[in-house]
Each structure stands twice: as C-alpha cells, then as structure tokens.
Design a protein around this ligand. Sequence first.
Ligand code: ZN
Length: 286
Amino acid sequence: MRKQIILIFLFFLTPIFVSAAEIEIKPKNPIQGEPVLITVSGINNLSEIKSAYFGKQQLNFFLYKGKISALGAIDLAEKAGTSTVTINLKSGNKLSKDVFKNARPKVEAKIDIPEKLGGNTKAAVQKLVTNLIDEQAVVKKITEVVKPKPFWKESFRFPLSNPVITDTYGYSRNTVGYLISHKGTDFRAKVGTPIFSINRGIVRDNKTYPTFGRVVIVDHGLGLYSMYLHLSKVKVNIGELVLPGQVVGFSGDSGYVTGAHLHLTIRINGISIDPEKFFELFDVKI
Ligand SMILES: [Zn+2]
C-alpha cells in the first residue's frame, strides 16, 4: 500500500517593513535666502514624529491641506551645498532626504542715505551700519522664540490691498561703500496705507528704531514671524492677538527710506527669508 504523502505547504509570510513614509521638498531646487516647505507622506499623525532637523535647524510640524508639514529656512549667507532633512519617528524609524541649496546670483545696486539720516557721508554710513547691527540683534532676540503651536490659520495674505512689489529680496545695496543685504520685500504704499497682518498671530513689538522706523512684529507661532517696517502709525499693542487681515498700522516713511513704502520681513527659525517665495509656497498670488 502506497503511503499517502500529505504535503503541507506552509507559507511563511515574512513581514517586510518597508516604510511608505516619504519626504517632499518645495521648491525642489531652493536657493540661498529661500524658505522650504517640507511635507511628509505615509505617516498618519504628527505625534509619530520624535524630532526633526533641516541641517542643524530644528523643524516644527503642522498640518497644511491635510499634510504633515514644516517650514525650513536657508539663510542668505549660508554656504551653497547639501543639507539633510532628518526625521526621527517614535517607532525608531528614521527618514532622511538631501536638499541641495543653490547659490543665489549676486546682484548689487547703489542706494543713497537720505538727508534726514546724514546723507552720503562716511559718518552717516558708519552710524547706519552700527544702528542696523543693534536693531538686528534686538529683532533676533524677539524672533528666536519658538512657540510650540501655530497661531496662524490655513492661508496667508499680502500685507496690503493691491500689492505692487517695488523692490525684491536678496540683493546687496551698496551704501557709500558698505554692502547691506536687502532682506525683505518692498511694496508700493503711500503714507497712510492700511497694513494688514499676513495671518493670525500675537504682536511682540511695536517700537520705533533708527533704521527700521516704526515697526510691528507678529509672532505666528512655530518660529514664524512677520515684520512690517517704516510705518507712520501703529494700531496694535504688544501681546495683542491679531486676526488674519487685521490692520496693524499704516504705512509711512519712518527710518532708513528714500521714500514711503512698506518693507515686509518674514522670519523662519530666526532667519529672514524671501517673502515672495513664502507666499508662493502657500499659493498666495498677486
Ligand atoms: Zn525694504
């Protein structure tokens, strides 16, 4: 009698843990002075992230259009080259992506010192540079504080109606021999134009500085700040919660200006980035 052989096939399903999580960067080829929007797909919850970095910059996540997102910044003076986005998950998995930071083309233009600040003299430029260093140190201290949650709501807006850009971010202003980087976007605004907060946030400063003029600084949380310079009048107090589009003040020609306009600075993780690119990341168009 033939012995029946029963073949038992055992299928061992070896679990392969291939993480589906993926990091995406916008814009794909950022240059010096630009913000980057980092999104993570394939994980379900912000709480799955233990820590995250863009180079040495700590990343803070929020939900944008349902995606887990973070803002990173490339300093204008940062060396071109590769920085790595590293995300450590609580599961022990680690995600990473290299980002190449491209060099920004160097552009230089001459600019005058207005008569009210001493005109085009060596003494006036030295005073201007000294003041700028002091003012930048004060602003750095205010805008380095990272609140753990965003105060902002989903979409951003321009700081004034009918925005017309008169000067761009990132070029060097040759001021009586000194090169001063323009770290913001200038908008056409005659004296008295209402200036709106680009989003919800808390007012952290409303003082007057020699070069920045009358200023409002709004903290949008998670290390994101907006600054409105050269105002003629301020309508908000320090500590006040402002809503998206709320009037924070009126434009003017206070501080170092050759004419009335609004200068908008946007800072991420203590770094001034190109505001035009910031609006692009959030699909805000003129
Ligand atoms: Zn400006």
